[in-house]
Design a protein around this ligand. Structure first.
Ligand SMILES: [Zn+2]
Length: 286
């Protein structure tokens, strides 16, 4: 298998919201805020080819579907659909993708499935030849959100996915058709049924999604304001990192602007960190 990091549209979000209860004096050292207290984030996807003979995209980033007012509200930086251009650049236009695996349906992870905003034109579902693999509980949450996270979902996307005939809901370790090369585990601290996809087993790569959005969140106490149960997330993150550190599984970050992949380590005090940080990944063999 070969792995690529695929950059999508970037976002500028309120730094306080991204770092939960961490004081500004701390998080401002991890990611420098702009004059409006916002931090710049990636919405990066992971492409794997020859995964059980399939071309598989893990997540689709935020995309460019927002109309101008919402695009400004959510700090989406580019108007074009960056993910599509990035896929083209590595010879993999979206029509060639066989499977898209979505950890959950928050718009900054699934919005890239939609075509870029054009005034007067209806939104379309991209990846016309792909199966869309979604965690069953994440799908149920998207259909029945809580008032606290309702704004994070895209009702139109749910409708298009349901009508595509290519939506596949999963709640097991393995994805039908992808063999043993992908193993899913599920956590609930960020959102119910967040699916974490690991490829390649020991020494492989795991897509950390919003369990660990980037390097600053590797440290156990650091959570996001968007997490529904921060204490539960920390417990899940501890187990996740203990396991991946022991098995030499590298961490793939979706929201870390300057780091796509890193190896988890633990120091003598038991504190988790990363080493061997890579800004991008191109045809990495695993
Ligand atoms: Zn999320």
């Amino acid at each position: 298998m070969r792995v690529w990091s695929i950059e999508g549209n970037r976002q500028r979000l309120d730094g306080g919201a991204m770092f939960g209860n961490a004081p500004r004096a701390m998080w401002a050292q991890w990611i420098a805020p702009d004059e409006r207290n916002r931090v710049e984030l990636a919405c990066r996807a992971m492409l794997v080819d020859d995964l059980a003979g399939k071309r598989v995209l893990f997540e689709a980033g935020i995309g460019a579907f927002f109309e101008p007012k919402l695009k400004t509200r959510y700090g989406v930086m580019e108007s074009r659909h960056v993910l599509l251009d990035s896929l083209e650049a590595c010879g993999m236009p979206h029509e060639r993708i066989d499977v898209v695996v979505l950890s959950h349906l928050h718009f900054d992870h699934a919005g890239g499935l939609l075509s870029a905003y054009e005034e007067g034109r209806p939104t379309e579902l991209l990846f016309p030849n792909a199966r869309y693999v979604v965690s069953r509980r994440a799908w149920e949450r998207a259909l029945n959100p809580h008032p606290r996270d309702r704004a994070s979902f895209i009702p139109e996307l749910n409708r298009l996915l349901a009508g595509s005939g290519r939506l596949e809901l999963v709640d097991a370790e393995h994805v039908p058709g992808l063999g043993d090369a992908v193993r899913l585990s599920y956590t609930d601290g960020h959102t119910p049924g967040l699916a974490l996809a690991e490829i390649g087993g020991d020494g492989g790569v795991v897509f950390c999604s919003d369990l660990i959005p980037g390097r600053p969140w590797v440290h156990l106490p650091v959570t996001m304001g968007y997490d529904r149960y921060p204490e539960q997330l920390i417990d899940e993150k501890r187990r996740f990192l203990e396991d991946r550190t022991a098995r030499g599984v590298r961490l793939f970050f979706t929201h870390d602007l300057d780091c796509a992949l890193a190896t988890p380590v633990r120091d003598e005090r038991g504190r988790f960190g990363v080493t061997d940080e890579l800004r991008s990944v191109e045809a990495l063999l695993i």
